[in-house]
Design a binder for this molecule. Sequence first.
Ligand code: HEM
Ligand code: HEM
Length: 162
Amino acid sequence: MSSRSGYSRLQIGLHWLIALLIFAGWFTGEGMGRALHDRLQAGSTGFSDATVHVWLGVGIFALIAIRILVRLMQGAPAAAHGGSALMDAAAVWGHRVLYLLMILAPLGGVVTWFVGIESAGEIHALIGNALFFVALAHAAAAILHQVVLKDGTLTRMVRPRG
Ligand code: HEM
Ligand code: HEM
């Protein structure tokens, strides 16, 4: 994947929009087990009884597909700090894990809800929670970089490349 001097305006917009929707998705997950149970009991299909959580999740899924395509086309800048190889590797792998969880969380939700596999719900909830907590650690790392190491990491996700 190509290395760039910064993230594009589109990449930055997608990053913050998806982050917001993922946090909203996590908070609306509560009560979904019951909603799923009712849906299966009623034999509903399609979007007829979709909840806020389902709408949000489907939107996130579509946005992530776009984001991955943009990332493949536009690449990403090399690590900001030019610090140790270990820190660079932690950033690269942290982002890979986030991408993986961003694909698996909505995918698991779709299988649970639209295919109607109740047992997949537990795995989906686990992955959704993992995404939330890894994202929190990621946000803490970004703030630490900006405030303590002062290497401009957060600025890169605010100001598009020139
Ligand atoms: C990134 C997107 C998503 C996140 C972060 C997420 C997160 C969560 C979490 C944390 C739970 C467990 C809530 C609890 O029991 O307290 C949950 C449950 C659930 N979610 Fe999602 N979700 C996402 C996308 C989706 C999508 C796209 C769908 C369906 C189209 C979906 C359908 C469900 C269902 C049916 C449950 C209930 C599972 C069960 O208890 O058996 N989710 N989700
Ligand atoms: C659900 C929430 C979030 C997810 C899933 C997420 C995911 C990601 C991913 C995958 C990247 C790598 C971008 C790429 O290489 O294409 C990234 C970069 C970044 N994120 Fe997040 N993020 C989230 C929330 C946040 C928050 C809340 C902050 C700040 C407080 C933040 C700050 C950053 C920064 C500064 C970068 C650029 C890092 C660098 O250039 O090395 N993110 N994020």
